[in-house]
Design a protein. Structure first.
Length: 163
């Protein structure tokens, strides 16, 4: 691990995203509460928070951090894309005050939330996929602020139209 003992504690925040693609029927079942394992997005939200908190157990060189806040948001897009799939966008915002950032915690949060959606829905749609996992922004620390410039899936376009 990198030695962060000489770094000043600052407020730090990171925002990451992921996208889960599925058949329209699968999204409809999620929205209507018809998935046998329960409320998919509620469970995925808890899983995302747990994933952020457990990041140093999963990623070998991550420091254990005192996370002060984790927020998981979902955006359902029931308009099929060109391949006929609907999506659920996942966004995690993680905060801490400390000597190192929370980028990996935010990325782990959205990854675990996406895996949870797959796990809960695989009985009805084994063909689901997820990806587009990336850092949207981060703030704090010596390197300062970063904001991704090419957009995110929570404001994606369908069929070439902005929606």
């Amino acid at each position: 691990m990198v030695d962060v003992s000489s770094k000043a504690s600052t407020e730090r925040m990171a925002v990451a995203q992921a996208r889960v693609c599925m058949r329209p029927e699968t999204l409809e079942k999620i929205q209507k509460g018809k998935i046998a394992k329960g409320d998919v997005l509620a469970v995925a939200q808890v899983a995302g928070v747990m994933g952020a908190k457990r990041t140093p157990d999963l990623i070998p060189m991550c420091h254990p951090l005192l996370i002060t806040s984790v927020n998981i948001d979902f955006k359902e897009d029931s308009q099929p894309d060109l391949s006929g799939h609907c999506t659920i966008g996942i966004q995690a915002t993680v905060k801490t005050t400390g000597p190192t950032g929370v980028e990996m915690e935010a990325m782990t949060a959205v990854s675990v939330a996406a895996l949870t959606i797959y796990d809960m829905c695989k009985a009805v749609d084994k063909g689901m996929s997820f990806g587009e996992i990336f850092l949207i922004s981060k703030s704090g620390g010596k390197s300062g602020a970063y904001t991704r410039s090419d957009g995110d899936c929570l404001s994606r376009t369908t069929n070439g139209d902005d929606t």
